[in-house]
Each structure stands twice: as structure tokens, then as C-alpha cells.
Design a protein around this ligand. Structure first.
Ligand SMILES: *Cc1c(COP(=O)(O)O)cnc(C)c1O
Length: 481
């Protein structure tokens, strides 16, 4: 019998209207936004692939859970439900809720880092590294070289290079390395997974030297799915079993529930050491709220507890990553340069390869994201030099090897037809790629500049020369000719 296609393991109960704008409107909106897609109003966006963070559609069960919020200041029942879910699926005994992932990063960095320390990690994440630096540490990227090569098809491009890690530990001494920050999957490498073998090897290396391993568990479920699909001997295990196994090698985790856990807000810090947990429980009161709510409403804790259970269902995770692959494979077939292999939460366009006429200091990825919005109303985000910021010591722009535009897929939100429109839009822009202009800063904030920076096109009024007339656009959205 022929195998049938897969489809989403849910049907739609509530809908939210979205509206296509005209090209003239979008040119105005992108200019008003300083050519930064973060500054566009959501209602002016047609298909929003800015981020998968907090943009998930919750299930009917999660919404029902919201009504079961116990909004007591202390000892809310929802806290205990979340604690139970984290213990069951991630295995950390001690749970400190936070308003989102960076709240947990803040606590962990403050608790574990002394000024002058060094924190190695598999590529950086923006907020994670900033909290480490604000606590006085120097971050070191110890990811394998393949991660920096968008064309490498290594199946576990998120792996840590143990030689790089060892060289750093030899140089600074194990006592100056409080922990290794291990991200699964690696967002800035293109949503690339880490193998179980690598997690085990890193854990053994670190624990033999008194160094802790702290997981950035933001997309650990998606990582578990890749391990199941790609790693030898893992095929017969469930995603839930693999998730638990990964966590078993680590001492704790920071978590953004806004990603894997299918909620709009929430995060946590999970720990094993009760002494460290007591310190974290004390600190959370200063920055987030009492240790049984951590800046969240009881209903948010409940939605996250339920979302964790849903996130590890095999059918769900298969369709989640299946949709990302649907988009990525179609773009590859059209010859658009993307990061390979396709990652778990997003398709990353290789802006440096696509726009070789724009120099790095004119931010090709920022320009490409702005041009894509003008072309189609699809909102993406820059992951390149603007996101990388300036070197903490020299103040110079950091130019990471990867200069990418991220098309991030929200969970359970868009259909295959939306993906088809995205494919057509990116391919149309790819054909017009020589019409994209570089950008220069007109405003640059000090911290995490990519969120709020403003730009203007270099040598042009527009980021994308506009040949298309309104008539073209109407034709593009016609049902048939
Ligand atoms: C989003 C994210 C964070 C931070 O979480 P927030 O909930 O946005 O504060 C940390 N690490 C990674 C890999 C992320 O993607």
C-alpha cells in the first residue's frame, strides 16, 4: 500500500484573521520601523516568522488549564503541577519558575559566575551570553567548526568540540570555569542538534574536573527528536525517554517555556543541587517574584505544565519539524542558499551567499529581512552581525561567520498554504536579489541592539528597488489565471 502524507495531529477550533497589505503600505511601514523587522507593528504583518518564541497556539487543554489558575501569592497548586511535569520529563528535582528564559539565565549567571570566570558554550545565544558577561565572565565558543559552515551537512552541527573545550580549560584552569553552557538545539547555528554521544562526552569531561554542565533546554524536545531520527541506537526510544536521558547528563537547565513548551510566556531554572537551589529560591524573590510563581500568574504555570506533556508527544513533534522541513526543502529545490541540514525551529537563509554585493558592514541579513517584508509582508529576523553586537572589550562590531535571516515557524499556528506563500515570496526575492541595498545604523542601543536598532539604506531611499506595480501583486494572489 502506498504510504500517505502526514498531517497535523490537531484541527483548528479558533481562528485569528490576518490581512495582506499593499507594497506601498509595506514600504512606509519598513521605513517607519527603521528597517528593523522587530519594530513593525504585528497588524501590518501578513505571515509572521519573526520568532517561535511565545507565538505558539495553545491547545484546548491548555486553555482549560488557564481557567484552573490558582492565583494564590504563595503555594499555588499550579506551581506543584509544573514541578511535577519538570521532574517527570526533564528530571530536575528543584524547580525555580521565572517569567521567561532570560530570567533563569540571570539567576544562574549571578549565582555561579565570579568576575574573571570563563564560560564555554556551543555557539552563543544573545541573552545567555549577555547575562554571563554582566556577571563578569568571558564567553568562549567551543562548538565544532562545521557549525560555522552553512553548507556542511554534519548531522549534529551543535556538538561541542572537546579539543577546543580542553584547550580553554588548560589555559584558564578548571577552577575558573564554573560551568559549560550546553544549548540543545543551537539556535544561532540554525537550530542544529547535539548528539547524545557528545552530551555524554562533555558531561564526563566536565564532571571529572569539577565543572558543572548547564543545559539551555529551550529546544531540548526538538533536539531529542533529531537524536531519535539520526543517532545510532536511538530509533526505538521515545522522544520523552531521549529528553530525560539528555538531562540526566547535566546538573541543571535554564528553560524558555515560550519555545518547546507551547506557551506564550514562562520559563524556569531546574537544578539538582539543593544548596544551589536554595540560593536560587532566595534570589528569585529579588528579581522575579516568590519562588512558587517567579513572575508568572498561576494560570501561566498551569499552561506550561500541560504544554510540557504535549510537547513530547511523537505525533506533535514530527509534524512540528515536518513543517519546517517542508519549507526548507522547497527553498533548496528552488536553489535558494539555506543553512543545511535544515534545523528544528526555523529555516535560515544564507544572506552572505545570497547578497554578495552587500559588504558585511552594511548588514546583508538585516537588509534581506527588510526586503522580504517589502516584497511579501512576511516578517523574518536577522541573525548575523547586528545580532552579534560589539565585542565587550574592543567595542568593535563582531562579524560572525554566519550572516543569516531566520524564517522561524511558530508552533501549531500556520498551515501548509501559508508555507507555500512563504516559499513563493522568498523565491521571488531571490530572483530580485541584486535589487537589495545595504543598510547603515541611524540608532544603535547599547544592549541587544538587534531588538531596537534603526537603519537607513545606503545610497538609496529603498531597501528593495521596486519594479513591481500593484497590478503584479494582485495577480500573485489570484486563485488561477
Ligand atoms: C529564547 C531563548 C533564550 C531566552 O529565552 P526567553 O524566554 O526569550 O527569555 C535562551 N536560549 C535560547 C537558545 C533561546 O532560543
Amino acid at each position: 500500500m502506498r504510504q500517505r502524507s502526514w498531517a497535523e495531529p490537531w484541527k483548528i477550533k479558533v481562528v485569528e484573521p490576518i490581512r495582506m497589505t499593499t507594497r506601498a503600505e509595506r514600504e512606509r511601514h519598513i521605513r517607519d520601523a527603521g528597517f528593523n523587522t522587530f519594530l513593525i507593528k504585528s497588524e501590518d504583518v501578513y505571515i509572521d516568522l519573526l520568532t517561535d518564541s511565545g507565538t505558539s497556539a495553545m491547545s484546548d487543554r491548555q486553555w482549560a488549564g488557564m481557567m484552573m489558575g490558582d492565583e494564590a501569592y504563595a503555594g499555588s497548586r499550579n506551581y506543584y503541577n509544573l514541578e511535577k511535569a519538570v521532574r517527570q520529563y526533564y528530571g530536575y528535582e528543584e524547580l525555580i519558575p521565572t517569567h521567561q528564559g532570560r530570567g533563569a539565565e540571570h539567576l544562574l549567571s549571578k549565582l555561579m559566575i565570579k568576575p574573571g570566570d570563563h564560560v564555554p558554550g556551543n555557539m552563543y545565544f544573545t541573552t545567555t551570553r549577555l547575562h554571563q558577561e554582566l556577571a563578569g565572565a568571558t564567553f568562549h565558543d567551543v562548538i565544532i567548526d562545521e557549525a560555522h559552515d552553512p553548507a556542511s551537512t554534519h548531522p549534529f552541527k551543535g556538538d561541542i568540540d572537546l579539543k577546543k573545550l580542553d584547550a580553554l580549560v588548560q589555559e584558564v584552569g578548571a577552577d575558573r570555569v564554573p560551568y559549560v553552557c550546553l544549548a540543545v538545539t543551537v539556535n544561532l547555528a540554525g537550530g542544529q542538534p547535539v548528539s547524545m554521544a557528545n552530551i555524554k562526552a562533555v558531561s564526563e569531561y566536565c564532571h571529572a574536573r569539577g565543572i558543572k554542565v548547564m543545559l539551555d533546554a529551550t529546544r531540548a524536545v526538538e533536539n531529542a527528536w533529531f537524536v531519535q531520527q539520526r543517532e545510532q541506537g536511538m530509533r526505538d526510544r521515545t522522544v520523552a525517554e531521549i529528553l530525560k536521558m539528555m538531562c540526566d547528563y547535566t546538573d541543571g537547565a535554564t528553560m524558555s517555556g515560550k519555545k518547546d513548551s507551547l506557551v506564550n510566556i514562562g520559563g524556569w531554572l531546574g537544578l539538582r543541587d539543593p544548596k544551589l537551589a536554595a540560593l536560587a529560591q532566595n534570589l528569585v524573590v529579588v528579581y522575579e517574584g516568590l519562588h512558587t510563581y517567579g513572575g508568572l500568574a498561576g494560570r501561566d504555570l498551569e499552561a506550561m505544565a500541560i504544554g510540557i506533556g504535549e510537547s513530547v508527544e511523537e505525533e506533535y513533534i514530527r509534524s512540528r519539524i515536518g513543517q519546517v522541513y517542508y519549507l526548507g526543502e522547497a527553498l533548496m529545490e528552488a536553489g535558494v542558499p539555506i543553512v543545511q541540514p535544515i534545523g528544528g525551529h526555523a529555516v535560515f537563509l544564507d544572506a552572505a551567499a545570497m547578497l554578495p554585493h552587500i559588504p558585511r558592514d552594511q548588514f546583508p541579513a538585516q537588509a534581506l529581512a527588510a526586503a522580504l517584508y517589502v516584497e511579501s509582508g512576511v516578517r523574518a529576523m536577522e541573525r548575523g552581525a547586528v545580532s552579534a553586537g560589539r565585542d565587550a572589550k574592543t567595542g568593535e562590531n563582531r562579524y560572525p561567520k554566519l550572516e543569516l535571516v531566520r524564517l522561524t515557524i511558530p508552533r501549531r499556528v500556520y498551515t501548509q498554504a501559508h508555507m507555500d506563500v512563504v516559499i513563493e515570496s522568498v523565491v521571488a526575492l531571490f530572483e530580485d536579489r541584486d535589487k537589495v541595498h545595504g543598510l547603515t545604523f541611524t540608532y544603535e542601543p547599547e544592549y541587544l541592539r538587534f531588538f531596537q536598532a534603526k537603519f537607513e539604506p545606503v545610497g538609496s531611499k529603498r531597501v528593495l528597488d521596486s519594479a513591481a506595480e500593484a497590478a503584479d501583486e494582485d495577480r500573485r494572489f489570484a486563485l488561477s489565471e
